[in-house]
Design a protein around this ligand. Structure first.
Ligand code: SF4
Ligand code: SF4
Length: 199
């Protein structure tokens, strides 16, 4: 095929371009009236990360995996005396958990890798500051965001029960019902979406 054949009819590109312009000009436009009108964001939008402090075991996974190194964690160890145990146990106590949103790129890796569900996305996005240093959110501020975490989607009713549900069903059904409990999903132990009081 010649060069002319590849280009097609003379002026075809111009006509195609004008057609796109015409289509765009006649399309209905929508202007978001924010901040007068709140935008309707998808419920799982990535606005800010909330911390559920009591779930954090200070395993440091999130801080290690963060590609921007913008999670800062400090902790100390505390002895816990367990009645009947041969010796006292040790547990980590969180002293500092900060996320610097001036550096964060909202990749969500920290939320994904946390093995204890201590980090959650919330769609809140109104935390702009006039001073960049104020974008460092400490654990109290990250904890406050928990109020705005949407409940998780409902479980698939046709899905297999989780290991925990199967165990609870077995216990509820009593001895001898182990086999039946593996296949049943009783409503009494079905996990409900997170309520405000659970946060
Ligand atoms: S979202 Fe990404 S960049 Fe931001 S704190 Fe988490 S891991 Fe780091
Ligand atoms: S990964 Fe989760 S549990 Fe581990 S330090 Fe981070 S927030 Fe805490």
């Amino acid at each position: 095929m010649t060069d002319d054949g590849e280009r097609g009819l003379p002026g075809k590109g111009l006509i195609n371009g004008l057609a796109v312009t015409l289509r765009t000009m006649t399309r209905k436009t929508t202007t978001q009236q924010y901040p007068d009108v709140e935008p309707e964001l998808p419920p799982r939008s990535r606005g800010v990360i909330a911390l559920l402090e009591e779930n954090c075991t200070v395993c440091m996974l999130c801080a290690r995996e963060c590609p921007d190194w913008c999670i800062y964690i400090d902790s100390h160890k505390e002895e816990v005396v367990v009645p009947g145990a041969a010796r006292a146990r040790q547990r980590n106590v969180l002293d500092r958990f900060d996320i610097d949103y001036a550096l964060c790129m909202y990749c969500g890796i920290c939320v994904e890798v946390c093995p204890f569900d201590a980090l959650h996305w919330t769609p809140e996005f109104e935390y702009a500051e006039t001073d960049v240093l104020s974008l460092l959110h400490d654990k109290d501020r990250l904890g406050e965001w928990m109020r705005t975490v949407p409940p998780p989607p409902a479980h698939d009713v046709l899905g297999e029960p989780s290991k925990e549900e199967a165990t609870a069903a077995r216990k509820a059904a009593g001895p001898g019902a182990a086999t039946a409990a593996k296949t049943a999903r009783p409503a009494a132990v079905r996990r409900e979406p997170r309520q405000e009081s659970d946060k």
